[in-house]
Ligand binder design. Structure first.
Ligand code: AHR
Length: 507
């Protein structure tokens, strides 16, 4: 590939430009009873790598490498028709049910207690969603009692009898899922949902005052009720909840790669709009606390393909659904969305990549076969590993390019983190150009003397290159030999369509 003349982007790094501490919860993910996320994804008794609980240890290893913090469960759309009791107790007594959300059959051989055991093995913090579609306050209270009360009540004793002596201690709870969406079982208008969320949350706090509660925001900034939904829901539930959720999925449309690479502009605006709406309600209520954002579903998702794969006349168990095979450009967009989440760490304090295994996921498995890393695995794993300490605000001066959807967009997108204790500083940067490297110059003088520890790039000649089970490392981060620090300036060449991580240490 021949590249056009490189252009230059610049910014200044300064430890004083602190946005907020990096929240580990930014690196959350999501496991839904959907397709093969649970069955043959994380759970496959009989697989050669399965442990005594039927959990795939090859997948557990990849999850640890990915650096996931929290995990949202059990849905998603699934939760709005789910009876959590179906998934606890002796497996042979559990009912088989229709899953209306995904037109599947739910065997319930994996449920709440298996999930909690799995989070323990994977080192994850569970984040539970309650069903506010077909159910309400009482069932949410029952679930909370089962999970968090040590014992001495009917439901907590049931948990103990089911083998979980210690309470599950679940702190984060989503009050329903995407209740603004017409597709949601038990869909509600904003007043109906806001009241129900407030009532449910208030009652849950009577059991445990220390919970962190998430109210459903909009399923996307393109929803017709966006903005008004958040305002109305928070009018009802402001005192009760800690977070309002955002969900956003992106895909390349009509071959517009440039527009797709700029997807983070949409996410950035989405966050700004939800923050201002939440703060507007705060001002009206003269409230002290601020509501933060739980961006608890985000990813690249080729949603336009969903209709083709949806089972029509059958109710299969764990069908292949939403198994997007990601390419390099998808990974660059995922990296760019991570940069956006980090840039907004003062208000986005929790996020979940949707989802974790097989279903629009960074990890893929074959039933009875191997597990492997998709392209999107890499930016997530690197950001989770190296975003340590505080997020630093950077204000790049960058050449731009034109997009149909967002107008002129910077070629460079970047953020940095700095760990005061170790002196480590990391720059995360995306070059959105499709045809030219971007020369990046970073003024590092505010840190005193620093040297380069490592620079890597996720790039390649083919923006549509994918990893497969047969060729799992085709797209993987490579050293970037162009990086150097000299006279207080970091200089590095960022290849076209690339995700880059540059690590500096005190010298
Ligand atoms: O993550 C897939 C689906 O996307 C979830 O079930 C739903 O909440 C969203 O619409």
């Amino acid at each position: 590939m021949t590249h056009a003349t490189p252009r230059t982007a610049r910014f200044t790094l300064d430890p004083a430009f602190r946005v907020a501490p990096v929240s580990r919860r930014t690196f959350g993910s999501f496991v839904e009873h959907l397709g093969r996320c649970v069955y043959t994804g994380i759970f496959e008794p009989g697989h050669p790598a399965a442990d005594a609980d039927g959990l795939r240890t090859d997948v557990l290893e990849l999850i640890r490498e990915l650096g996931v913090s929290t995990v949202r469960y059990p849905g998603g759309n699934f939760v709005s028709g789910y009876r959590w009791e179906d998934g606890v107790g002796p497996v042979q007594d559990r009912p088989t049910r229709l899953d209306l959300a995904w037109h599947s059959t739910e065997p319930n051989t994996f449920g709440l207690d298996e999930f909690i055991r799995w989070t323990g093995k994977a080192g994850l913090e569970p984040m539970m969603a309650v069903n506010l579609g077909t159910r309400g306050v009482q069932e949410a209270l029952d679930l909370l009692e089962y999970c968090n009360i040590p014992g001495g009540t009917r439901l907590s004793d049931q948990r103990v009898a089911n083998g979980a002596k210690q309470p599950h201690g679940v702190r984060m709870w989503c009050l329903g899922n995407e209740m603004d969406g017409q597709w949601q079982i038990g869909h509600k208008n904003a007043d109906e949902y806001g009241r129900l969320a407030a009532e449910t949350g208030r009652a849950m706090r009577m059991i445990d005052a220390n919970l962190e509660l998430v109210a459903c925001g909009s399923s996307g900034s393109n929803m017709p009720t966006f903005g008004q939904w958040e305002a109305t829901v928070l009018d009802h539930a402001y005192d009760v909840v800690d977070y309002v959720s955002c969900h956003a999925y992106y895909e390349e449309k009509d071959g517009d790669l440039g527009g797709f690479l700029a997807s983070a502009v949409n996410m950035e605006n989405f966050i700004a709009d939800v923050v201002s709406t939440a703060d507007h309600v705060r001002a009206k209520k003269r409230a002290k606390k601020r509501i933060n954002i739980s961006f608890d579903e985000w990813n690249v998702w080729y949603m336009s393909r969903l209709q083709d794969e949806f089972p029509k006349d059958e109710w299969p168990v764990a069908p292949r659904l939403l198994e997007d095979h990601y390419h390099l450009a998808d990974a660059v967009v995922v990296g760019s969305l991570l940069i956006t989440l980090l840039r907004n760490s003062d208000r986005v304090t929790s996020a979940s990549l949707a989802q974790l295994v097989n279903v629009i996921a960074p990890i893929m498995t074959e039933a009875g076969g191997r597990a492997w890393r998709q392209t999107t695995f890499h930016p997530f794993a690197q950001a989770s590993r190296y975003a340590i300490g505080d997020v630093l605000r950077v204000e790049p001066v960058s050449p731009t390019y034109e997009t149909a959807e967002y107008g002129d967009v910077d070629l460079l997108q970047a953020v940095a983190t700095h760990d005061e204790q170790t002196g480590a500083t990391t720059v995360f940067a995306v070059n959105r150009s499709q045809d030219a490297p971007l020369s990046l110059e970073v003024d590092t003088r505010a840190f005193g003397s620093v040297r380069l520890a490592e620079a890597t790039t996720l790039a390649g000649d083919d923006a549509y290159a994918r990893n497969t089970a047969e060729d799992p490392d085709r797209v993987t981060p490579q050293p970037n030999a162009s990086a150097a620090v000299d006279g207080g300036t970091l200089r590095v060449s960022l290849p076209p369509v690339s995700w880059n991580v540059i690590r500096l240490v005190r010298s």
